[in-house]
Write a protein that binds this ligand. Structure first.
Ligand SMILES: N[C@@H](CCCC[NH3+])C(=O)O
Ligand SMILES: [Zn+2]
Length: 424
């Protein structure tokens, strides 16, 4: 258990497994950590950053070469282990850009993502990438309406492609597409076949965003016992489960998670880089802080938001406008005394600031006293309480701007103790 989160009450000693003592299940505290399962990779995962592949499939995305290089360099400096690029088969410029990024000599390994065919694989390897990610749809609906191949044909081609890519000295991942609507028996035997053929990673993809964390855990855990290679996971966010699903996958033994900056991708996108790291730092703070330059997250998000012409959502984890703002009196009081009371993430880890509201009908006197202090005005608790009543009364009538509240605080102080106040 993580020492930062020592439980406030004593946990009864547990005999045996699954938290069962004397035949009775012991309740788990909600913030108890679950590192005990040896399959769990929540403290040792790797990120396959796909802003330059999945992210290019976002409705607004158009990246010129210079922009791609800027994003790739920023991501590599940030510390992601892999950067995935659009298929070089997509267009001549995509191919040229892939070759150019391979030549940059970035710290992150460069991957490209292509269909599972020998033709695509050959073009991919020729670009100079470190690894090739091959993909093919395995659900009945995709087989019937997309590529019309049987599972036997898929398996045969996949083995050939995987073996050939490996023979070129290049890393290879084989991924199913629409894994959660695929027949589990077919899927597992396909993964087993490519694992035997020498694949470095198999990929599980929730292409349509249908999976729940429980389904993810079950599939990945089963797969973990079937293949010996690494397991990459890819989650679309149609039902807002993409971060939770990635976390469940890691708990079940997945080794890699696909992300994109701000989650951009097809439809409403995939697991966002920032959201994944927010989730994981709570669980594995040392690991996350040691691998990624977290203070650079905002810069990368702003860069990508600007390139694809969107605003960073107000409720974005970490960097959203209100991600570290505290408003209700009860919250502000406790935050001022000890930030951990209402924050499980520390804004300073990410180079961002917390904000304590002091201009609303919900504001408490501790926040007002603190604001007065920021303005260089010292007031007593009693004065702060009186002043807060005034501010609440005005905020009941109309929204107050920061300047409005600051003026009220200043004139209150002038009225009450002008001679005691330092010069402004
Ligand atoms: N965008 C595709 C690619 C999957 C590859 C997994 N790494 C999908 O969602 O299925
Ligand atoms: Zn996808």
């Amino acid at each position: 258990m993580c020492s930062d989160h020592a439980p406030a009450v004593e946990i009864p000693a547990v005999n045996g497994t699954n938290g069962v003592t004397n035949g009775r299940r012991q309740p788990k505290l909600p913030y108890q950590q679950h590192h005990s399962d040896e399959r769990s990779n929540t403290g040792r995962f790797q990120i396959i950053e796909s802003t330059l592949r999945e992210g290019e499939q976002f409705a607004n995305a158009f990246y010129d070469t210079e922009t791609k290089i800027k994003i790739a360099t920023a991501l590599s400096d940030f510390g992601v282990e892999y950067i995935e690029l659009t298929s070089p088969v997509a267009s001549p410029q995509s191919r040229a850009d892939c070759e150019a990024i391979c030549k940059l000599g970035l710290k992150a390994k460069i991957l490209t993502h292509v269909r599972c065919t020998m033709e695509d694989a050959k073009v991919a390897v020729a670009t100079g990438v470190d690894g090739v990610d091959v993909v093919i749809g395995t659900s009945q609906i995709l087989r019937d309406h997309s590529h019309h191949k049987s599972m036997a044909e898929i398996t045969e081609t996949a083995i050939e492609v995987v073996k050939w890519i490996k023979s070129q000295g290049v890393e290879v991942r084989f991924s199913s597409e629409d894994s959660f609507r695929s027949n589990i028996v077919d899927l597992l035997s396909l993964y087993q076949a490519v694992d035997k053929a020498g694949c470095d990673r198999v990929g599980v993809a929730d292409t349509v965003g249908v999976a729940t964390p429980r389904q993810v855990y079950k599939l990945v855990r089963t797969l973990r016992d079937v293949v010996s290679c690494d397991i990459e996971t890819h989650f679309h966010n149609d039902t807002m489960c993409a971060v939770a699903n990635a976390h469940a996958a890691l708990e079940a033994g997945a080794t890699h998670v696909d992300t994109s900056v701000l989650g951009i991708g097809e439809r409403n996108g995939i697991t966002p880089l920032g959201g994944l790291l927010a989730r994981m730092i709570v669980e594995s703070p040392d690991y996350v802080k040691s691998r990624y330059k977290l203070a650079k997250l905002k810069e990368i998000e702003d860069l990508v938001a600007d390139v694809v012409q969107v605003n960073v959502p107000f409720n974005n984890p970490i960097t959203g406008y209100s991600a570290f703002s505290h408003k209700a009196g009860i919250h502000s009081k406790a935050i001022l005394a000890k930030p951990e009371t209402y924050e499980i993430l520390n804004p300073s880890d990410w180079g961002v600031k917390r904000w304590i509201h002091f201009s609303s009908r919900l504001t408490g006197w501790n926040a007002i006293k603190s604001r007065a202090g920021q303005l260089g005005l010292i007031i007593t608790d009693e004065q702060a309480k009186l002043l807060t009543q005034k501010i609440k009364a005005m905020a009941d009538v109309r929204p107050l701007a920061i300047d409005d509240t600051d003026s009220i605080i200043r004139s209150f102080c002038l009225e009450h103790q002008p001679e005691d106040q330092p010069d402004q």
